[in-house]
Design a protein around this ligand. Structure first.
Ligand SMILES: C[C@@H](N)C(=O)N[C@H](C)C(=O)O
Ligand SMILES: [Zn+2]
Length: 226
Protein backbone atom coordinates (compact mmCIF):
# COMPACT_ATOMS: atom_id res chain seq x y z
CA UNK A 1 0.00 0.00 0.00
CA UNK A 2 1.30 3.48 -0.90
CA UNK A 3 2.09 5.92 1.95
CA UNK A 4 -0.82 8.26 0.99
CA UNK A 5 -3.35 5.42 1.00
CA UNK A 6 -1.95 4.11 4.30
CA UNK A 7 -2.42 7.54 5.85
CA UNK A 8 -6.06 7.74 4.65
CA UNK A 9 -6.71 4.20 5.92
CA UNK A 10 -5.38 4.98 9.41
CA UNK A 11 -7.17 8.36 9.50
CA UNK A 12 -10.46 6.57 8.73
CA UNK A 13 -9.86 3.87 11.35
CA UNK A 14 -8.95 6.56 13.90
CA UNK A 15 -12.11 8.54 13.10
CA UNK A 16 -14.35 5.50 13.40
CA UNK A 17 -12.72 4.41 16.66
CA UNK A 18 -12.88 7.83 18.34
CA UNK A 19 -16.06 9.35 16.88
CA UNK A 20 -18.85 9.99 19.37
CA UNK A 21 -21.66 7.44 19.24
CA UNK A 22 -25.11 8.10 20.66
CA UNK A 23 -27.72 5.70 21.95
CA UNK A 24 -30.90 7.47 20.83
CA UNK A 25 -29.99 9.18 17.57
CA UNK A 26 -27.98 8.70 14.41
CA UNK A 27 -24.60 10.07 15.50
CA UNK A 28 -24.16 12.03 12.27
CA UNK A 29 -27.07 14.26 13.40
CA UNK A 30 -25.14 15.66 16.38
CA UNK A 31 -22.17 17.96 15.78
CA UNK A 32 -19.13 17.65 17.99
CA UNK A 33 -16.46 20.34 18.51
CA UNK A 34 -14.57 19.61 15.28
CA UNK A 35 -17.50 19.66 12.86
CA UNK A 36 -19.00 22.66 14.66
CA UNK A 37 -15.71 24.58 14.25
CA UNK A 38 -15.62 23.75 10.53
CA UNK A 39 -19.25 24.82 10.08
CA UNK A 40 -18.92 28.18 11.83
CA UNK A 41 -15.80 28.95 9.84
CA UNK A 42 -18.07 28.89 6.79
CA UNK A 43 -21.06 30.51 8.52
CA UNK A 44 -19.77 32.68 11.37
CA UNK A 45 -23.13 34.45 11.58
CA UNK A 46 -24.61 31.22 13.04
CA UNK A 47 -21.98 30.68 15.76
CA UNK A 48 -22.67 30.30 19.47
CA UNK A 49 -21.81 33.42 21.44
CA UNK A 50 -21.68 34.14 25.15
CA UNK A 51 -24.84 36.04 26.10
CA UNK A 52 -23.16 38.15 28.83
CA UNK A 53 -20.68 39.53 26.28
CA UNK A 54 -23.52 40.96 24.18
CA UNK A 55 -25.88 41.87 27.05
CA UNK A 56 -23.67 42.67 30.06
CA UNK A 57 -26.62 43.65 32.31
CA UNK A 58 -28.39 40.31 31.91
CA UNK A 59 -28.68 38.32 35.14
CA UNK A 60 -27.56 34.67 35.08
CA UNK A 61 -28.84 31.99 37.42
CA UNK A 62 -27.57 28.94 35.55
CA UNK A 63 -29.21 26.27 37.67
CA UNK A 64 -27.56 23.30 35.99
CA UNK A 65 -24.18 24.65 37.11
CA UNK A 66 -25.43 24.27 40.71
CA UNK A 67 -27.18 21.54 42.69
CA UNK A 68 -30.39 23.63 42.75
CA UNK A 69 -32.06 21.83 39.85
CA UNK A 70 -34.29 18.81 39.23
CA UNK A 71 -31.26 16.52 38.85
CA UNK A 72 -30.00 17.64 42.30
CA UNK A 73 -26.43 17.73 41.02
CA UNK A 74 -24.13 19.91 38.91
CA UNK A 75 -24.64 19.18 35.22
CA UNK A 76 -22.34 21.97 33.92
CA UNK A 77 -18.80 22.78 34.98
CA UNK A 78 -19.35 26.48 34.31
CA UNK A 79 -22.25 28.85 35.06
CA UNK A 80 -22.22 30.45 31.61
CA UNK A 81 -24.89 30.99 28.96
CA UNK A 82 -24.42 30.70 25.19
CA UNK A 83 -26.81 30.88 22.23
CA UNK A 84 -26.64 31.32 18.45
CA UNK A 85 -25.78 34.85 17.39
CA UNK A 86 -29.24 35.70 15.90
CA UNK A 87 -30.89 34.49 19.14
CA UNK A 88 -28.65 36.70 21.25
CA UNK A 89 -29.20 39.73 19.01
CA UNK A 90 -32.98 39.28 19.42
CA UNK A 91 -32.55 39.02 23.21
CA UNK A 92 -30.43 42.16 23.20
CA UNK A 93 -33.15 44.17 21.43
CA UNK A 94 -35.66 42.81 23.88
CA UNK A 95 -33.55 43.74 26.87
CA UNK A 96 -33.35 47.33 25.56
CA UNK A 97 -37.18 47.48 25.27
CA UNK A 98 -37.56 46.08 28.78
CA UNK A 99 -35.08 48.55 30.29
CA UNK A 100 -37.43 51.40 29.34
CA UNK A 101 -40.10 49.70 31.46
CA UNK A 102 -37.77 49.20 34.44
CA UNK A 103 -37.48 45.47 33.74
CA UNK A 104 -34.65 43.09 32.95
CA UNK A 105 -34.01 39.43 32.13
CA UNK A 106 -32.83 36.53 34.23
CA UNK A 107 -31.55 33.44 32.39
CA UNK A 108 -31.76 29.98 33.90
CA UNK A 109 -30.41 28.09 30.89
CA UNK A 110 -29.54 28.59 27.23
CA UNK A 111 -27.39 26.33 24.96
CA UNK A 112 -27.25 22.86 26.49
CA UNK A 113 -24.94 20.10 25.16
CA UNK A 114 -26.84 17.12 23.68
CA UNK A 115 -25.23 14.68 26.12
CA UNK A 116 -26.80 16.62 29.02
CA UNK A 117 -30.25 16.21 27.44
CA UNK A 118 -29.58 12.45 27.32
CA UNK A 119 -28.75 12.45 31.06
CA UNK A 120 -31.93 14.43 31.84
CA UNK A 121 -34.06 11.98 29.86
CA UNK A 122 -32.50 8.89 31.45
CA UNK A 123 -33.44 10.11 34.93
CA UNK A 124 -36.71 11.88 34.03
CA UNK A 125 -38.19 10.32 30.88
CA UNK A 126 -41.21 12.64 30.86
CA UNK A 127 -41.26 14.36 27.48
CA UNK A 128 -43.70 16.98 28.73
CA UNK A 129 -40.79 18.51 30.61
CA UNK A 130 -37.59 17.03 29.18
CA UNK A 131 -36.78 16.76 25.46
CA UNK A 132 -36.80 13.35 23.82
CA UNK A 133 -33.16 12.59 22.85
CA UNK A 134 -34.44 10.90 19.68
CA UNK A 135 -35.20 14.43 18.49
CA UNK A 136 -32.95 16.49 20.74
CA UNK A 137 -33.82 19.75 22.46
CA UNK A 138 -33.94 23.24 20.94
CA UNK A 139 -31.44 24.01 23.73
CA UNK A 140 -29.02 21.62 21.99
CA UNK A 141 -29.34 23.77 18.86
CA UNK A 142 -28.47 26.95 20.77
CA UNK A 143 -32.00 28.17 20.01
CA UNK A 144 -33.91 27.86 23.32
CA UNK A 145 -33.76 30.07 26.39
CA UNK A 146 -35.18 29.41 29.87
CA UNK A 147 -35.79 32.78 31.46
CA UNK A 148 -37.88 35.14 33.56
CA UNK A 149 -38.32 38.87 34.16
CA UNK A 150 -36.76 40.91 36.96
CA UNK A 151 -37.55 44.31 38.44
CA UNK A 152 -34.44 46.44 37.78
CA UNK A 153 -34.94 48.49 40.97
CA UNK A 154 -35.03 45.54 43.36
CA UNK A 155 -33.25 42.91 41.26
CA UNK A 156 -36.07 40.53 42.23
CA UNK A 157 -37.89 38.20 39.86
CA UNK A 158 -41.45 39.14 38.94
CA UNK A 159 -43.90 36.74 40.50
CA UNK A 160 -44.60 33.86 38.10
CA UNK A 161 -46.97 30.86 38.39
CA UNK A 162 -44.21 28.46 39.54
CA UNK A 163 -40.48 28.35 40.04
CA UNK A 164 -38.13 27.31 37.22
CA UNK A 165 -38.38 23.60 36.28
CA UNK A 166 -41.43 23.01 38.42
CA UNK A 167 -42.68 20.08 36.40
CA UNK A 168 -46.31 20.65 37.32
CA UNK A 169 -49.62 21.50 35.60
CA UNK A 170 -49.37 25.05 36.92
CA UNK A 171 -46.21 25.54 34.86
CA UNK A 172 -48.18 25.25 31.60
CA UNK A 173 -47.89 28.37 29.47
CA UNK A 174 -51.67 28.84 29.38
CA UNK A 175 -52.65 27.53 32.82
CA UNK A 176 -55.65 29.72 33.68
CA UNK A 177 -56.43 29.46 37.38
CA UNK A 178 -53.83 31.81 38.86
CA UNK A 179 -53.63 35.06 40.85
CA UNK A 180 -54.05 38.10 38.58
CA UNK A 181 -50.48 39.39 39.08
CA UNK A 182 -48.91 36.04 38.14
CA UNK A 183 -51.08 35.82 35.03
CA UNK A 184 -50.18 39.39 34.04
CA UNK A 185 -46.43 38.79 34.49
CA UNK A 186 -46.50 35.52 32.56
CA UNK A 187 -48.46 37.12 29.72
CA UNK A 188 -46.12 40.13 29.65
CA UNK A 189 -43.13 37.81 29.21
CA UNK A 190 -45.01 35.94 26.50
CA UNK A 191 -45.95 39.02 24.49
CA UNK A 192 -42.44 40.53 24.66
CA UNK A 193 -40.79 37.26 23.67
CA UNK A 194 -43.24 36.73 20.79
CA UNK A 195 -42.59 40.25 19.51
CA UNK A 196 -38.88 39.39 19.31
CA UNK A 197 -39.17 36.07 17.48
CA UNK A 198 -39.62 33.52 20.28
CA UNK A 199 -42.40 31.04 21.02
CA UNK A 200 -43.22 29.58 24.42
CA UNK A 201 -43.70 25.79 24.77
CA UNK A 202 -47.06 24.55 26.04
CA UNK A 203 -45.79 22.88 29.22
CA UNK A 204 -43.27 25.43 30.58
CA UNK A 205 -43.89 29.19 30.96
CA UNK A 206 -40.10 29.86 31.18
CA UNK A 207 -39.01 27.99 28.01
CA UNK A 208 -38.86 29.82 24.67
CA UNK A 209 -37.77 28.52 21.26
CA UNK A 210 -36.35 30.90 18.69
CA UNK A 211 -38.30 30.89 15.38
CA UNK A 212 -36.22 29.19 12.68
CA UNK A 213 -34.52 26.77 15.12
CA UNK A 214 -34.73 23.88 12.60
CA UNK A 215 -31.88 25.25 10.49
CA UNK A 216 -29.46 24.99 13.41
CA UNK A 217 -28.06 21.47 13.99
CA UNK A 218 -27.88 19.68 17.33
CA UNK A 219 -24.58 20.22 19.12
CA UNK A 220 -22.62 18.34 21.74
CA UNK A 221 -19.90 20.79 22.63
CA UNK A 222 -18.80 21.53 26.20
CA UNK A 223 -18.87 25.21 27.22
CA UNK A 224 -15.08 25.20 27.63
CA UNK A 225 -14.54 24.61 23.91
CA UNK A 226 -16.83 27.40 22.63
C1 LIG B 1 -35.49 20.56 31.36
C2 LIG B 1 -36.25 21.82 31.00
N1 LIG B 1 -35.60 22.97 31.57
C3 LIG B 1 -36.33 21.98 29.49
O1 LIG B 1 -35.57 22.72 28.91
N2 LIG B 1 -37.27 21.24 28.88
C4 LIG B 1 -37.40 21.24 27.45
C5 LIG B 1 -38.60 20.47 27.01
C6 LIG B 1 -36.16 20.67 26.79
O2 LIG B 1 -35.52 19.79 27.37
O3 LIG B 1 -35.92 21.08 25.65
ZN1 LIG C 1 -35.89 25.01 28.36
Amino acid sequence: MKRGSLFIFFALVFNIAFAQHYEYIDSSKVMGPKSYAARVKQQPELRLVEIKKYIPAIVLDIRYATTNNFMHRKMYEQGRAFARLPVVLALKEMEEDLKNRGLGLKIYDAYRPYSVTVKFYKETPDTNFVADPRKGSKHNRGCAIDLSLIDLKTGKELEMPTGFDSFSRKAAANYPDLPAQQLANRELLKSIMQAHGFKVIATEWWHYDFNGWAKFPLLDIPFETI
